[in-house]
Design a protein around this ligand. Structure first.
Ligand code: PDD
Length: 292
């Protein structure tokens, strides 16, 4: 049975209830994180906690816990859900912090905030071999989101609608175009490869600074693969030899069809394959406790 954390308690998911006056429910007034754990070890925890702090600062909400508090909470959750994870004990943690409940619905912040803190764990399924063999399809769509996409806000309606549209057109992701440039996808960051060089858009307020994205750039530097952070215009995206999407849950996935046309030769590319090897080696080091 799934054990979740809610406001200080660990309890079965069926017993976890949040008030209908919660500002997360009424306004989407909150932020979240998704943190993988491999072999029971939290992946890039300091990076995720720093981004959580940045998101909380972005919506002017105090952090309800310090680093030690979050670490104990997340490690306890992993332990309490160990029996649901497979032999490899890979789990994905979700946490969310909202501005809590208020006596009446009012857009303005309540005078006194009592956060709602929720967290849960889910087993990470084994990678799908078809993804590695064939890659996935993606489509481009106009970025209809707000101007502060660097905040990992729970208010995800545009992302939900964009992702749904992609699914209905047989694609795994929607790559979002703003002012003629590819920014990221509905729930992942994007990379392209041009003549062996890895390119990803620079960080900006209209993009979520992905933890996986940063690690991919770190691994490229470490292993001597050329990489650049540059704007990617729509035409440049369509002419790329390789396109990848990255996130904590998807890791690094090759896009082999974009807007119904093959990317490169239509098969996962050699630079992606090299990066996947480096990423897997990094995960193995995390499992051994030799990397975070
Ligand atoms: N999404 N961009 C967006 C809009 C995202 O929602 C995500 C992650 C990313 C990738 O970030 P990271 O590498 O830190 O996971 C980029 C998570 C997984 C989600 O919403 O479930």
């Amino acid at each position: 049975m799934s054990i979740v954390y809610l406001n200080g308690d660990f309890l079965p998911i069926e017993d976890a209830c949040v008030s209908v006056t919660d500002r997360g429910f009424l306004f989407g007034d909150g932020v979240y994180e998704v943190i993988p754990a491999y072999g029971g070890r939290l992946f890039r925890l300091p990076h995720h906690l720093q981004r959580l702090q940045d998101s909380l600062d972005g919506i002017r909400l105090d952090n309800p816990l310090d680093t030690a508090g979050w670490t104990v909470l997340l490690e306890t959750l992993l332990e309490r859900n160990r029996d649901r994870a497979g032999d490899n004990n890979d789990q994905s943690l979700y946490l969310q912090v909202t501005r809590g409940t208020a006596r009446r619905r009012d857009h303005a912040f309540p005078a006194e905030v009592r956060h709602t803190v929720y967290a849960c764990a889910n087993p990470i399924p084994a990678p799908d071999p078809a993804l590695e063999r064939d890659g996935v399809a993606a489509i481009t769509l106009d970025d209809i989101r707000w101007a502060w996409c660097n905040i990992k806000a729970i208010t995800l309606l545009p992302n939900v609608l964009l992702r749904q549209q992609a699914g209905e057109r047989g694609a795994a992701e929607a790559i979002l175009i703003r002012d003629g440039k590819a920014i990221e996808a509905s729930s992942s960051n994007i990379f392209i490869v041009e003549q062996g060089v890895i390119v990803t858009p620079p960080k900006s307020p209209v993009m979520l600074p992905g933890i996986t994205r940063d690690l991919v750039l770190e691994l490229a530097a470490q292993h001597g693969l050329a990489s650049r952070e540059e704007d990617i215009g729509e035409q440049r995206l369509h002419a790329a030899d390789e396109v990848w999407i990255t996130s904590s849950t998807r890791e690094i996935v090759p896009v082999t069809r974009l807007d119904n046309r093959p990317v490169g030769d239509g098969r996962p590319g050699p630079v992606w394959r090299a990066m996947l090897g480096h990423y897997r080696a990094y995960k193995a080091a995390v499992r051994r406790g030799d990397a975070d």
